[in-house]
Write a protein that binds this ligand. Structure first.
Ligand SMILES: [Zn+2]
Length: 320
């Protein structure tokens, strides 16, 4: 009898335990998905806010600053000591040189030339213009790079010894590889033209670079010597002294190329002179040198140059 009673009590105990377990299970089943839903909602909200903030970061427009420039428009432009045509001439400024505008006095603009002379230039031989410029960027990512494949159309540029290859086609092939490589590094890249059959006026090249607000403009070329196989190697040209550091950055990266690095030079070329954007002209080998041409026509060399330009620009923007 006592045994039976005990067994019944046990049974009751177990029933009680099962009911309790059932209730807990029921609560878990009801609350589980709700809780999960809330959690998920919160998570997705977080994810959305992350994407929006990322989006905000990448698409936030860069600050534009208005800058005023003065451009020498005549062939021979005198830079005078004073705002007076009878005062001493400090320098004969190359046509198309662009200065930062400083002030105006009578019929003259006060400017500092690329050579570092501060003086007056007659308004008759200069034009003042204002342009919105981006503030400097400190990474290659999102930087605007304009590449100019030198020559095009009727202007074939330099030729190989046997005239089998033209510079205009080699610069186009090079520019396309450089563009792709720069884009992989996150830069925004524009070519001044995309077919070597097209000729572009030099004025339009600089205008394109200024319209795009290039952080860096690179005009790509291959050289030619008077005598076949006379010279070999690569040269980096700048016009404005303030872009010497840019030239050094790029040129330094070229040290690992199979052709001799002949260094950086001042070059009075229109595409790097008549512009407000940081600009260089690169001569990446001699078309009429057998050894250079073997590299110029190779995919491997193009990629090496492209990788070096990325390396050089990264270094330049980091210190910019
Ligand atoms: Zn050229």
């Amino acid at each position: 009898m006592a045994k039976k009673k005990r067994r019944r009590r046990l049974k009751k105990k177990w029933r009680y335990r099962f009911t309790l377990l059932g209730i807990i299970l029921l609560i878990w089943l009801i609350l589980g998905p709700i809780k999960g839903h809330f959690l998920h909602k919160q998570e997705s909200k977080e994810a959305t806010s992350v994407t929006t903030s990322n989006k905000k970061k990448t698409s936030s427009p860069r600050k534009l600053v208005k800058k005023t420039f003065v451009k020498a428009t005549d062939q021979e432009v005198n830079l005078y000591q004073d705002a007076d045509l009878n005062s001493d001439v400090l320098e004969l400024v190359p046509p198309g040189e662009i200065f930062n505008y400083q002030s105006v006095k009578d019929d003259f603009y006060l400017v500092t030339s690329n050579k570092g002379n501060t003086g007056y230039i007659s308004q008759d031989k200069a034009s003042k213009f204002t342009k919105k410029m981006y503030q400097s960027i400190h990474s290659l990512k999102n930087a605007i790079i304009v590449l100019d494949p030198g020559h095009g159309g009727q202007d074939v540029g330099a030729s190989s010894i046997n005239e089998q290859y033209y510079e205009k086609d080699m610069t186009m092939a090079m520019a396309k590889v450089v563009k792709k490589t720069l884009e992989k590094a996150g830069a925004k890249v524009y070519l001044t033209h995309t077919s070597s059959n097209k000729y572009i006026y030099l004025d339009d090249i600089t205008q394109f670079s200024m319209d795009k607000n290039a952080d860096v403009f690179l005009s790509l070329h291959f050289d030619a010597a008077d005598i076949d196989n006379q010279y070999s190697g690569i040269k980096t040209y700048y016009y404005y002294n303030k872009y010497q550091d840019l030239a050094e950055s790029i040129n330094h990266a070229f040290d690992n190329l199979p052709l001799d690095n002949l260094g950086i030079y001042y070059g009075n070329f229109e595409v790097i002179r008549e512009t407000t954007q940081p600009s260089l002209l690169l001569e990446l080998g001699y078309m009429n040198n057998e050894k250079d041409l073997a590299y110029i026509t190779s995919k491997d060399y193009r990629q090496k140059v492209a990788d070096d330009i990325v390396k050089g620009l990264k270094n330049y923007f980091k210190n910019n």
